[in-house]
Ligand binder design. Structure first.
Ligand code: NAD
Length: 244
């Protein structure tokens, strides 16, 4: 996959999946602007740290990336948060956090990036949904699943609405991935993350849960010209495991 000279913005860039995406894009020749709360731990051509819950920051990110890199061909909306529990155990703070990071920020970033890409003749956006929410419910994570369903629907609609501008908008939908998001959830519930990850892997037909690179490679495909006829697709990456 050829990314030489392409300019990409990646959110959640220092997280498990985000760091793998940044590494892969740069190795393939892209210039990358990284966005996260603190980006000092990761190498990139441009650093755009900030809080995605701040509307002005999210609105301005695409233009900031374009100015810093000299263009904007690819946006990867990867940042996300997970909150546990049924609605009866969901606080207002959890609601606002989940909607803010998982739905509102990608909406703001897409809204600002699309005109920039349209003026340049096209581009590719990859959003991050989940096997939980894209088509199926998931147990005990009601608000998280709802946000992932929302970004899946937004992706399908935007994929349709902006294809005529040469902008392809798709979403990756991972099942369980071995990242800080998953591991900290195990730790919070009193499980040893390594043991829990190994146990969970037994429930996957491929014999293990995904590593960040397994997801990053599918994101790379969706961002690349190899996916040139894909618009509004929700691509599940699940090792053969049906969603419970
Ligand atoms: P992670 O926790 O390792 O990374 C998430 C990143 O988002 C972090 O670096 C974090 O700092 C950043 N972020 C969160 N809130 C932010 C804010 N307000 N402002 C700026 N940055 C913020 O998680 P991950 O597993 O790598 O998840 C990446 C994406 O994949 C998320 O959208 C997640 O929902 C999705 N996903 C993960 C799994 C999984 O099992 N790990 C499964 C399905 C989908």
């Amino acid at each position: 996959m050829e990314f030489q000279g392409k300019c990409a913005l990646v959110t959640g860039a220092t997280g498990g999946i985000g760091a793998a995406i940044v590494q892969r894009l740069r190795a393939a020749g892209a210039k990358v602007a990284v966005a996260d709360r603190d980006t000092r731990t990761i190498e990139a051509e441009a650093h755009l740290p900030g809080d995605l819950l701040e509307p002005d920051y999210a609105n301005a990110l695409p233009q900031a990336a374009q100015l810093a890199l000299g263009g904007l061909d690819i946006v990867i909306n990867n940042a996300g948060v997970i909150t546990r529990g049924p609605v009866t155990e969901t606080s207002d703070a959890d609601w606002h956090l989940s909607i803010g990071v998982n739905v509102e920020a990608p909406f703001r970033i897409c809204r600002a990036a699309i005109p920039i890409m349209a003026r340049a003749g096209g581009g590719a956006i990859v959003n991050t949904s989940s096997c939980w929410g894209s088509k199926n419910p998931g147990p005990n994570h009601a608000i998280y699943c709802m946000t992932k369903a929302a970004i899946a629907s937004l992706t399908q609609c935007m994929g349709m609405d902006h294809a005529h501008q040469g902008i392809r908008i798709n979403a990756v939908c991972p099942n369980e991935v071995n990242t800080p998001m998953l591991r900290s959830g195990f730790a919070k519930r009193g499980f040893d993350p390594d043991t829990a990850v190994a146990e969970l892997g037994k429930s996957v037909p491929l014999g293990r849960i995904a590593e960040p690179e397994d997801i990053a490679d599918v994101v790379m495909f969706l961002a690349s010209d190899a996916a040139r006829y894909m618009c509004g697709a929700l691509v599940e990456v699940n090792g053969g495991k049906p969603v419970s």
